[in-house]
Design a protein around this ligand. Structure first.
Ligand code: ADP
Length: 164
């Protein structure tokens, strides 16, 4: 049976930290599906369509990865529909661990056949988040090395729109 994992997230926008987790995760499973979802606790800069397109453009080089989006639905339900038995997430710090633990244990309560798998963030990316990169970029700071090329270009456009 194919080992399929779902990597859910808001990816607003995708960073090199996410991409590194995706590249490493893709080696662990037969198929890795990136789920571009809405996080109801966060206000997003990019629309769902924009976030989806940016993830697609940034992972096109990885053979066993595909990208989906889904209107508001429980992650466990999406995983079941996709035949995914694993959820992939990344951990940068103790703060992430506490947050990820809550989510993983709730998902386990909802579906105890679904296993959450965590990858530690690479040291070169463990201090970055979508939020901090957006903030620095909007004020003209140089964060190019932390963003996949399509995302960098999209953020530059957003900055120009904001400046007008
Ligand atoms: P969510 O809104 O669901 O938390 P995010 O897009 O913020 O979605 O993050 C998705 C996942 O990627 C989370 O597990 C998060 O911990 C992980 N992640 C975020 N930034 C990084 C990074 N720099 N390196 C590795 N993993 C990361």
């Amino acid at each position: 049976m194919k080992r399929i994992a779902l990597f859910p997230g808001s990816f607003d926008p995708l960073t090199m930290g996410h991409l590194d987790t995706i590249e490493r995760g893709a080696k662990l499973f037969d198929e890795l599906i990136i789920g571009v979802f809405v996080n109801t606790t966060k206000k997003s800069l990019f629309t769902g369509e924009e976030r989806l397109a940016l993830v697609k453009a940034s992972v096109a080089h990885i053979e066993n990865v595909r990208v989906i989006t889904q209107a508001q639905k429980l992650t466990v339900e999406v995983a079941e529909e996709l035949g995914a038995k694993f959820l992939l997430r990344g951990i940068r710090s103790v703060k992430d661990y506490e947050y990820e633990k809550e989510i993983a244990l709730m998902n386990r309560h909802l579906d105890n056949h679904l296993e959450s798998v965590f990858l530690l963030a690479a040291p070169e990316y463990s201090h970055i988040s979508s939020s901090i990169l957006k903030e620095v970029m909007i004020f003209d700071g140089d964060v190019k090395e932390y963003l996949p090329q399509p995302v960098y270009e999209a953020l530059e456009k957003k900055r120009e729109q904001i400046e007008k």
